[in-house]
Ligand binder design. Structure first.
Ligand SMILES: [Cu+2]
Length: 100
């Protein structure tokens, strides 16, 4: 996502674990963060389950980013997806959930 050149840029990079299983999860997780104001890029690694996100922390907080991921059914250590959203994931995507 291109940012307005006039804005004060304060791009930060964070990494955190997002629970998931497969390539479909990857598209879902990264898709949840595409076209989100303040997020420049998001890349989830299917092997390590680590999401690398670049964002402008003046525009969006890390918690809000984690909530966006939870909204599409993927738990993080801090925010848990709703059970009904998780249940509606395809079977191959129903990862072993962390303890709440
Ligand atoms: Cu999946």
């Amino acid at each position: 996502m291109k940012k307005d050149a006039m804005m004060q840029a304060s791009e930060v990079t964070d990494i955190f674990v997002v629970y998931g299983n497969c390539g479909m999860c990857e598209r879902r997780i990264e898709g949840a963060l595409s076209n989100v104001n303040g997020v420049q890029s998001a890349d989830w690694d299917v092997d390590t389950k680590v999401l690398t996100v670049k964002y402008d922390d003046a525009v969006i907080s890390l918690d809000d980013i984690k909530k966006k991921v939870a909204e599409v059914g993927h738990d993080t250590e801090k925010f848990r997806a709703k059970d009904e959203v998780y249940s509606n994931l395809p079977g191959c995507c129903q990862y072993d959930r962390p303890k709440s």
